[in-house]
Design a protein around this ligand. Sequence first.
Ligand code: NAP
Length: 297
Amino acid sequence: MSAVIIDGRAIADEIERAIRHDVSNYCSLYNIAPSLVVIALGKDPRSMSYIRQKTRVCARVGIRDRTIFLPLETPEEDLLDAVCAMNEDSSVHAVLIQEPLPKHIASLKILQAIDPIKDVDGFHPENVGLSVVGAPRHEPCTPKGIFEALHRIGCAPAGRHAVIVGRSNLVGKPMMNMLIQKTERANATATLCHTGTPDLAFHTRQADILIAAAGRPELIKGDMIKPGAAVIDVGINAVDDPSSKKGYRLVGDVHFESAREVASALTPVPGGVGPLTCVMLASNTLAAARLAAESRS
Ligand code: NAP
């Protein structure tokens, strides 16, 4: 079997067109564009690349977007002040803190300071709780993008066994939660694996849908995949490659060549999950702007 390669960019373009249309309607209705503020500490090259991608998507769909760069050594109190200022600014609909944050900052404290209505990353405990009880407000962009892509490639989760590798708050846990909800669009049976899971391959071989989010280059080989499974590779790992100009290349958590012989569908790295994440941020920003408008009327 040779897997269909899932074109994340094409799916993201399709979603983006719909968002552009909805943003335009929002602007006509409220005479203001949805607006997103990203707060970043320092200029970590990987974060910068992600920020640039977000900026491009926002510009294309008509979202006003601004990044506030603070020095890496900014004290926690000053970062909290910056978050509070954005919470209070009614012209700002969405606030995102660029991770990773330096070690002297308590990440959870910062996330809890964001107005949950403006928390478009969906990491505020109130938003996490709402998702868990099946009443989602903002859901994290990466799992939301994957969920949408599964539907668009004809691999709806209902009745399927999804296996997720990785239990981060960013990807693994919210992915699990989305898949197991008792709704028509979800309703999967799901297994979550991590470093404490004995015999990872035993579990991954049960998966109709395998989602790899471990941050370990090429951890999942073809022989760990059930024939015909849909495989979503979230990982982005830089590995040394002297033959490349940059001295490295990006690989996923899935060994692409062996996986494509077994899977029925597979996301590439790059060009798979990444573009979906960015477009979902635009979707959440529009949703936050709508919530702000509803609360005013
Ligand atoms: P993370 O916070 O480092 O979490 C990794 C998870 O994988 C942990 O739960 C860890 O288990 C588990 N894990 C690591 N090695 C494992 C192994 N050998 N067997 C089983 N489980 C293992 O990472 P993350 O933030 O979720 O990100 C995961 C990857 O996705 C990274 O490469 C990241 O760059 C990428 N990413 C991509 C996008 C995108 O838009 N494409 C978005 C977000 C993240 P423990 O909990 O036991 O330590």
